[in-house]
Design a protein. Structure first.
Length: 476
């Protein structure tokens, strides 16, 4: 059999050459709004690659680099996991997903990392960036310097969380390099990339990476989503001492990216004995970059024809309507996955069924604000966080006001937010009631209405004095 291998390999190469010559084989499918990569973690050997060197918007898989730079600083002694960091107004103003802490809140590097990697908290990414690099720009410079040192030649960063920005670019190739580097350079901190869930106060948040606790051997890494990128995932799994890394960029739902990653990983583990039949694709760092602009999937992901996904945590089922980025056939189809998972325990399950099942039971990791605590002090800290979560609930109006900073650009304006509640009432419906009272009471609603182009036959002098209540209306 060994003597036949060179002949079989040569025959295969001849067939491939002939197919290329007559146009029967097309490479790569740039029209496909999806990039796929499967590599061996130890060797970097490429097992499968489709559009792997086309530039892509990383979204929250950016946070793998944020964690890498932060933990490298910890390893180099520049700070510790117990170092206290403070939530700045800039951090608090980040868009969701986030923890939503007020400016001035303090927490440790350790807790910020756990919140960022499990909940994909954008505010925690900025807290870490400011703590390590002094500012978002300073930390972005560290990220870019690290990317160049690691050989991520297609990557550039402008923020630590992956929120939409034209200059935030990577590729499946570069993400494979980064994941390998994380495992190689920071093995003692590897647990940060496969925490199944966190508990903050009374709130439990499961990892957005659906492979954790579902796919046998899954042990990393991170998800990401913005409208322009589609659903991204860097995943890893280990079986019989062999670790594989899968990268999926541009899937059409959170479930779809997990299914595709499971398909890639399963194929890699199951076809190990047949790798000599396939032509070598080399190592991940040798993949040739494509000079192009990243595809913008906004219309597909967030257009009017479908419900706009609220966040990176998307539970939509994998599409089966033949869409390019949603069809299971993009990585071989469900029938093949059923075949490849036949040896697993529990037996025979389609990848989509596996991702739809409940994750394995696991105790969530406690996270909390304030300094590092243990024993009774930790119990007290967790209870205090739970009490803080509970306080806004009895006050109906204030709980609504407290949520506004999550969507606004400047959540530090909380005192202002308290006033609009009072100012909104006269503006909404009481202008019709108050004319029965004094003229001053009637003038105030006109003043609020004036910025909205409705101050007609009212005295202009008095409305000016009443313009102050109208200010908060721009904050709604």
């Amino acid at each position: 059999m060994h003597a036949l291998r060179p002949l079989l390999r040569q025959s295969l190469f001849n067939l491939l050459a002939a197919a290329l010559a007559c146009g029967a084989l097309l490479v790569p499918r740039a029209a496909s709004a999806e990039a796929l990569l499967l590599i061996e973690a130890d060797s970097g050997k490429v097992l499968q690659a489709e559009n792997a060197t086309i530039p892509w918007y990383p979204a929250s898989v950016t946070k793998i680099m944020t964690a890498y730079v932060t933990l490298k600083a910890v390893k180099d002694g520049k700070l510790t996991l117990d170092t206290l960091l403070t939530v700045s107004p800039t951090a608090a103003s980040q868009s969701p997903s986030k923890m939503g802490f007020r400016p001035g809140t303090q927490l440790t590097v350790d807790n910020a990392l756990k919140m960022m990697m499990v909940k994909s908290a954008n505010d925690m990414a900025v807290v870490l960036a400011e703590g390590v690099g002094g500012s978002i720009d300073g930390f972005s410079a560290l990220m870019n310097d690290t990317a160049q040192k690691l050989g991520m030649t297609q990557t550039s960063y402008v923020n630590p969380n992956g929120l939409p920005a034209d200059g935030q670019i990577t590729s499946a190739r570069d993400l494979g390099i980064l994941a390998r580097s994380f495992l190689r350079d920071l093995p003692e901190y590897e647990y940060f990339v496969h925490i199944p869930a966190i508990r903050f106060g009374k709130r439990v948040t499961g990892n957005f990476n659906k492979l954790i606790g579902r796919y046998p051997g899954a042990d990393g890494f991170k998800t990401g989503f913005i409208c322009a990128s589609g659903y991204n995932l860097v995943a890893s799994a280990t079986r019989n001492g062999r670790r594989l890394i899968a990268v999926v960029l541009g899937a059409n739902s959170g479930t779809a990216r997990a299914v595709k990653a499971a398909q890639l990983l399963e194929r890699g583990f199951s076809q190990d004995n047949l790798t000599w039949l396939r032509p070598s694709l080399g190592t991940v760092d040798k993949l040739v970059p494509v000079d192009a602009s990243p595809p913008n999937l906004r219309d597909d992901m967030c257009g009017g024809h479908r419900k706009r996904p609220a966040s990176d945590d998307d539970d939509a089922l994998i599409a089966t309507n033949g869409g390019t980025s949603g069809s299971a056939s993009a990585t071989g189809g469900e029938a093949q996955v059923t075949f490849f998972t036949a040896g697993l325990q529990p037996p025979l399950m389609k990848a989509s069924e596996l991702m739809a099942s409940a994750p394995a039971a696991a105790e969530p990791v406690l996270v909390y604000t304030g300094p590092t605590r243990t024993g009774t002090a930790l119990i007290a800290a967790v209870a205090a966080d739970a009490d803080q979560q509970a306080t806004p609930k009895p006050r109906g109006k204030k709980s609504r006001v407290a949520k506004k900073p999550d969507a606004a650009d400047k959540p530090a304006d909380k005192p202002k937010d308290a006033k609009p509640v009072a100012a909104a009432k006269p503006a909404d419906g009481k202008s019709a009631v108050k004319p029965a009272g004094t003229k001053h009471a009637a003038a105030k609603p006109d003043a609020v209405a004036k910025p909205a182009v409705s101050g007609e036959a009212t005295k202009p002098a008095k409305p000016k004095a009443a313009t102050k209540p109208a200010k908060p209306a721009n904050n709604s």
